[in-house]
Design a protein around this ligand. Structure first.
Ligand SMILES: Cc1ncc(COP(=O)(O)O)c(C=O)c1O
Length: 406
């Protein structure tokens, strides 16, 4: 057996060390994970779990896919980091792949979703000032959105609960109700530079933009000379059954941000833009020490290879349709499920009573990882390798946990 921390830890010690030494920014479940393989992870006591969260939409290939592990091992032994003052082959290779997939023009690499959105916000402001004049800096975002936790991205996140205690927020953001085109049109002024949206809001509970809305937003941006920034950090790279969530709507963004699934579990983020928008960045405008390092790019290239070879986009669509069907069946048997929302392998079950945290804890006790959102929503974001048999198990355990908890 490989020598890892798992041989030395017990849950009580880890939980105590975390309390003693780690800042208390998370309300963690009392479970210590030490190993993963495919759809499954194991805790320090050897208990097995079916993972229907994938590290919040990150482990697209499941845990420790052998090709991803091999690529990371190979690259780690060759060259991990040199910084962006020099070229490395993996960075333009990854940019080329993402540009070919997205039809956009250029990529900037960073290390997380929030950083990708920071890049998008800075790029949009710079582009708008140069294109339209110095007073064009305002970005409109939608209520219920989630764009990250840095000061700019948490300001872009139109949820007051994430702002409390951190005021004053960054100037230059304006909020409108999601899926309300008239409200958005009314909010655009001669200060507006961009509209920033998730095509399907993830963190607030899987709320898709309507077809008319997103098509209308694209038209509005074209008419008013605004950039459309789509945050596809959660919806991108197969999560919704297409490479990118916006492909369900037949529109294209001017700027798109990616992270999460991109590295298959290795941290990497990307901000893609049209050639026209990307031109606003010149040397010295934006940077990241670690961004686009050879190790992260090799992980992302291997992840994209596996996604293509194993047809994980198609699988996400097919298994996602089955997940929706099974969850809707569960809904017909229960009178406490108000709504099932499921696009590809991005699913939410909304209840008409406050039960999500307790239900998620009960699922965990029964070996199923799901995610509570607020008091009434359970979110499922399984790895893109999920098959019907995993869906059957997950929906059965969810049903049993509901019986036990109700
Ligand atoms: C849509 C969206 N944007 C941005 C982020 C922030 O990404 P990160 O946590 O990698 O900074 C998230 C994370 O959940 C997200 O779902």
């Amino acid at each position: 057996m490989a020598i890892t921390a798992r041989n030395e830890v017990d849950t009580k010690t880890v939980v105590q060390m975390d309390a003693d030494y780690v800042m208390h920014t998370f309300n963690r479940q009392r479970v210590v994970f030490v190993r993963g393989e495919g759809m499954r992870v194991w805790d320090a006591d050897g208990k097995e779990y079916l993972d229907f969260l994938a590290g919040i939409a990150v482990n697209g290939l499941g845990h420790c896919h052998p090709d991803l592990v091999a690529a990371i091992r190979r690259q780690a032994a060759e060259l991990m980091h040199v910084c962006n003052l020099y070229y490395v082959p993996q960075q333009p290779m990854l940019a080329k792949r993402l540009i070919e997939l997205s039809g956009l023009g250029k990529a900037f690499f960073c290390n997380s979703g929030a950083e990708a959105n920071e890049a998008a916000i800075k790029l949009a402001r710079k582009w708008a000032k140069e294109t339209h004049g110095p007073d064009r800096y305002e970005i409109i975002t939608a209520e219920g959105s989630f764009h990250g936790r840095t000061l700019a991205t948490v300001t872009a996140t139109a949820q007051p609960k994430y702002h409390e205690g951190f005021e004053p927020m960054m100037p230059g953001f304006k909020y409108v109700p999601f899926n309300d085109l008239a409200a958005l049109e009314a909010a655009v002024t001669d200060r507006t530079c961009a509209i920033m949206l998730e095509p399907i809001q993830g963190e607030s509970g899987v709320h898709p933009a309507s077809q008319e809305y997103l098509v209308g937003v694209r038209r509005l941006c074209d008419e008013r000379g605004l950039l459309l920034i789509l945050d596809e950090i959660q919806t991108g790279l197969g999560r919704t059954g297409k490479w990118f969530g916006h492909q369900h709507y037949g529109i294209k963004p001017d700027i798109m941000t990616l992270a999460k699934t991109l590295g298959g579990g290795f941290p990497i983020g990307a901000c893609l833009a049209t050639d026209d928008a990307a031109k606003a960045f010149v040397p010295g405008n934006h940077a990241s020490t670690f961004g686009g390092n050879p190790l992260a790019c090799a992980a992302a290239l291997a992840t994209l290879d596996v996604m293509e070879r194993e047809k994980l986009i198609e699988n996400s669509g097919e298994t996602g349709a089955y997940l929706r069907q099974r969850l809707e069946e569960l809904q017909t048997r229960r009178n406490d499920i108000a709504e099932v929302r499921c696009i590809g392998l991005m699913a939410a079950v909304e209840f008409n009573r406050d039960c999500a945290p307790e239900l998620s804890a009960e699922c965990l006790r029964r070996g199923l990882i799901v995610n509570p959102i607020g008091r009434r929503i359970i979110r499922m974001l399984p790895p893109l390798i999920a098959k019907k048999e995993h869906v059957d198990t997950a929906v059965r355990v969810l049903g049993e946990a509901l019986e036990a908890e109700a």
